[in-house]
Design a protein around this ligand. Structure first.
Ligand code: ASN
Ligand code: ZN
Length: 679
C-alpha cells in the first residue's frame, strides 16, 4: 500500500541538487536531505508555506527491475522500493540514465503548470502527494510504456530503442494529467469519453512540454507526443501521436470494440485533441489552455462523447468572455475535425442496437430460440462481469441471470430454454445453468481450467477446457438430464478437441489426433450423445487447419484452411451429419473467398466473420460479418455495412444475427434480420 507521507524531521527540507537530463541539459532539482545526511528525491518546495497540509509533495522512487504488475493499481506498491538517493547533491550519470532526473524535474514542472495557470493544488486539487515510480520492467524485459494508475505515475524502464518513459516531458505531463482528469470530469476510460480522456492528457502533456522546455507553438514538432523517447529514431518517427495529424470523425474514426484499446481510446484521441490543438494555435496558448481547463473542470461529465465535449468547450469559452470571433474559432476547430452534433448519424449505422455499451473483452455472445445471453460490465469495463438474458428481437428488458457475486461470469450461451455460462472465481471455475423460464442457477459441472466456448442445446452442454491428464484441451459435455459427463473425443492420449457446436444431442468439434502411423491429423468430428458414436467429416488428409464448427438440422459446417501460403483466406465447408454430401460453402481462393475466422449458423444461413490481414488498426481490416446460404449458392453478402469492428457474431433463428459492434466508438450488442448485401 501507499506509504504515508511522514512529517519531515527537522533537517533540510529543500536542497538544490544538480543533474543532467536525457537531452544533456544540466538542471536543478529539489532534494531533501534526511537525518542521515542522504539526499533523497523528494521535493518539499511545491507546497505553500501556509498550507494546512504537511509532508512531501513530490517523491520519485527507484523501481528499477520491479515488475510492472507489482506497481499497477492504487493498492499495489512494489516491495521495499525507496526514493532515489545520493550521498551528494550532485547527481551523476546513473540518475540521468535511469530516467530519475527527468521524472523528478518534469513532475515539478507539471505541478508548477497547474498551480501557476489555474491555481490548482496538485493533481487532486487538494495538495495530495505525487508519486513517480521509475524503471519498472515486464517479465524481466523492457517495458515501453508509462501510466497513471489512479494514485501514482509508473514509468517503464525502456531498453533498446526506447529510453525510460520519463524521458519526454509530454509523457510525464500526459500521465499526470490523467490524474487531473480523474479528479475533475473523471471521463470514463472507454469509447468516446476515453478518447477525450486521452486527448486531454495529450493536450496538456504537450502544453506543459512546450512551456517547460521553452518550445514555441510554431515549432513544427510542437504537436508531437513522445518524440523524445527514442534512442535511435528521430522525433517524427519516434512520436506516438501527432496532434496535427488532421484526423477527423468521418475519415479516421476507428470503430474498435472494447477489446481493442478500450474501444479506441488512443486510436481516436487525436480527433478531439487535434481540434483542441488547432484552437490553441489560433487563440493562443493562454486563452486556449484556460478554456480547455475550465471545460474539463466545470463542464465535462464522465460519460460525455465528442459532441458533449465540443459543447463543454464552447460553454467554457463563453463563460470566460470569449468574443464572437473567438467563439467562431472554437467552433471551426471542432467542425474541421468532424466533431459536430449528430456526427455518428453520418456513419450510416444500419443495425438495431439491443444493448448499449457492453464493455467486455474476450467473452462473446450466445443466442438461440429467440433469446440472447451476454456478459456485461460497468461503464469502464472495470466491474466483474455478469450475465444478462434478453430477446433477440430487442423487445422487453434484459434480465440478470448470474449472481452478483464478484466473479467473472463469462461465455454465456442459450438455446432459448436454458442459459449457461462459466463462473470464474478465485477458487475455481463452475459451469452454471439456469432455466430461462425462472428458477435458480445450478452448478452443472465444476472441472477444468481455461474453460471457454460454452454451447447448449436441449439437455446437452459442451465446452472446451484444459485436460490436466495430458496437458491438452478437450471438449467436455454434460447431459443436464442424466448428469452424464465426458469428453467428446474420449480423452484418448494426445487427442486435442475444441471449437464445439451442438444440436439435438450431437456435438461437432475440431480435433487433432494421431493416426495409425502416429502422424497428427486435423479434422472435424461429430459426437452423438445418445449412441456415443463418432463420425468423421470429410476433410482432406493434408488440411493445414480447422476453425470453428457449427451444426444445424441442415448439416455440419466448419472453417478449413488447406493453403497456408495465401494471405490468410480459409474456406467454409459443410457435410451431412453422417459425413456425406460435402459442399464448399465459401471457397479458400477466388470469388467469394473470405478470411474466415469464425462461424455461426441457423437452419437458414451461415454467418462468417472475416478478418483480413492488417498491420495497423483500420476499419477496413477489422472483423466483418458475411452471410451465405447453407449450400453456398449466391455467394456471401455483407451482413451489415457498419464500417467498424463486427465481433462475436452469433446466429439466432432464420437469418437473424447478433454481434458486438464498435462502429460508433461504443461496444453495442446489435442485430440484423437479413444481410445488407453490397456495401
Ligand atoms: N501510456 C498509456 C496512457 O497513459 C498507458 C495506457 O494505455 N493507459 O494512455
Ligand atoms: Zn493516456
Amino acid at each position: 500500500t501507499t506509504p504515508q507521507a511522514s512529517p519531515a524531521p527537522a533537517d533540510e527540507l529543500v536542497v538544490k541538487g544538480t543533474g543532467t537530463r536525457y537531452n544533456g541539459e544540466k538542471t536543478e532539482v529539489n532534494l531533501y536531505k534526511n537525518n542521515k545526511g542522504i539526499y533523497e528525491m523528494i521535493d518539499y518546495s511545491k507546497r505553500a508555506a501556509d498550507s494546512p497540509y504537511q509532508g512531501p509533495m513530490l517523491q520519485t522512487y527507484d523501481a528499477r527491475g520491479h515488475e510492472v504488475a507489482s506497481a499497477s493499481g492504487p493498492d499495489h506498491w512494489p516491495n521495499g522500493i525507496k526514493t532515489f538517493q545520493s550521498e551528494t547533491p550532485e547527481l551523476g550519470a546513473d540518475f540521468t540514465d535511469s530516467g530519475a532526473i527527468d521524472a523528478h524535474w518534469a513532475a515539478g514542472k507539471v505541478y508548477d503548470y497547474y498551480k501557476n495557470h489555474f491555481d490548482r493544488n496538485s493533481l487532486d486539487g487538494k495538495d495530495g502527494a505525487i508519486y513517480s515510480l521509475v524503471g519498472v520492467v515486464q517479465n524481466g524485459q523492457p517495458y515501453d510504456n508509462a501510466f497513471w494508475d489512479g494514485a501514482k505515475m509508473v514509468y517503464g524502464q525502456g531498453g533498446g530503442d526506447y529510453r525510460t518513459f520519463s524521458a519526454d516531458t509530454d509523457v510525464v505531463g500526459h500521465e499526470m494529467t490523467h490524474g487531473v482528469v480523474e479528479h475533475t470530469a473523471n471521463l470514463v476510460y472507454a469509447g468516446q469519453s476515453g478518447a477525450m480522456n486521452e486527448a486531454l492528457a495529450d493536450y496538456f502533456g504537450n502544453a506543459i512540454d512546450l512551456e517547460a522546455n521553452n518550445v514555441s507553438m510554431d515549432d513544427p514538432d510542437a504537436g508531437l507526443l513522445g518524440e523524445d523517447l527514442c534512442t535511435t529514431l528521430g522525433p517524427r518517427e519516434c512520436a506516438l501521436r501527432d496532434l496535427n495529424d488532421g484526423a477527423t470523425t468521418s475519415k479516421n474514426f476507428i470503430g474498435a470494440t472494447y477489446g481493442g484499446d478500450n474501444g479506441g481510446v488512443h486510436l481516436n484521441s487525436t480527433i478531439f485533441s487535434g481540434a483542441l490543438w488547432d484552437m490553441r494555435e489560433d487563440l493562443g496558448s493562454d486563452l486556449a489552455d484556460k478554456i480547455v481547463y475550465r471545460a474539463l473542470s466545470a463542464y465535462m461529465t464522465p460519460l460525455d462523447g465528442f459532441t458533449e465535449g465540443r459543447a463543454a468547450v464552447i460553454a467554457a469559452a463563453q463563460e470566460l468572455g470569449a468574443t464572437k470571433a473567438q467563439l467562431n474559432t472554437v467552433k471551426r476547430s471542432f467542425d474541421a475535425h468532424g466533431i459536430v452534433p449528430g456526427w455518428e448519424k453520418a456513419l450510416g449505422v444500419d443495425t438495431d442496437t439491443i444493448l448499449n455499451k457492453v464493455n467486455v473483452a474476450g467473452t462473446g455472445v450466445g443466442a438461440g430460440g429467440g433469446k440472447y445471453a451476454v456478459s456485461n460490465s460497468n461503464e469502464d469495463g472495470s466491474e466483474p462481469y455478469s450475465v444478462w438474458l434478453g430477446n433477440t428481437s430487442g423487445k422487453g428488458q434484459p434480465q440478470l441471470m448470474s449472481a452478483n457475486n464478484g466473479d467473472f461470469n463469462v461465455y454465456a450461451n442459450t438455446d432459448g430454454r436454458t442459459v449457461v455460462w462459466a463462473d470464474y472465481s478465485s477458487t475455481g471455475i463452475k459451469i452454471m445453468a439456469r432455466p430461462v423460464k425462472g428458477g435458480p442457477a445450478k452448478v452443472i459441472d465444476g472441472l477444468g481450467s481455461n474453460v471457454s466456448g460454452l454451447v447448449v442445446d436441449g439437455d446437452y452442454v459442451a465446452y472446451t477446457a484444459s485436460n490436466p491428464q495430458y496437458g491438452v484441451t478437450n471438449v467436455r459435455y454434460v447431459n443436464m438430464r442424466t448428469g452424464a459427463v465426458g469428453l467428446v473425443d474420449d480423452g484418448r492420449p494426445y487427442n486435442i478437441s475444441g471449437l464445439p457446436s451442438i444440436k439435438d444431442g450431437k456435438i461437432a468439434y475440431a480435433k487433432v489426433a494421431p493416426d495409425a502411423n502416429g502422424e497428427f491429423k486435423v479434422g472435424v468430428e461429430v459426437f452423438d450423445g445418445a449412441t456415443g458414436a463418432r463420425t468423421e467429416m470429410p476433410t482432406p488428409d493434408d488440411t493445414e487447419g480447422i476453425g470453428q464448427t457449427a451444426i444445424t438440422d441442415d448439416g455440419v459446417f466448419w472453417i478449413e484452411d488447406d493453403d497456408v501460403t495465401d494471405t490468410g483466406q480459409a474456406a467454409v465447408r459443410r457435410a451431412d451429419a453422417d459425413g456425406s454430401n460435402p459442399v464448399t460453402v465459401t471457397p479458400e481462393a477466388g470469388e467469394g473467398a473470405l478470411y474466415a475466422y469464425s462461424l455461426t449458423a441457423s437452419d437458414d444461413a451461415v454467418s462468417i466473420t472475416s478478418t483480413p490481414p492488417a498491420t495497423w488498426w483500420a476499419n477496413d481490416t477489422m472483423a466483418k460479418l458475411y452471410q451465405v446460404a447453407p449450400d453456398g449458392k449466391g455467394g456471401p453478402q455483407r451482413m451489415s455495412c457498419n464500417r467498424g469492428e463486427q465481433a462475436f457474431g452469433v446466429a439466432d433463428e432464420g437469418r437473424r444475427v447478433l454481434w458486438l459492434d464498435g462502429t460508433t466508438g461504443y461496444t453495442n450488442l446489435v442485430k440484423r434480420d437479413r444481410p445488407a448485401g453490397r456495401c
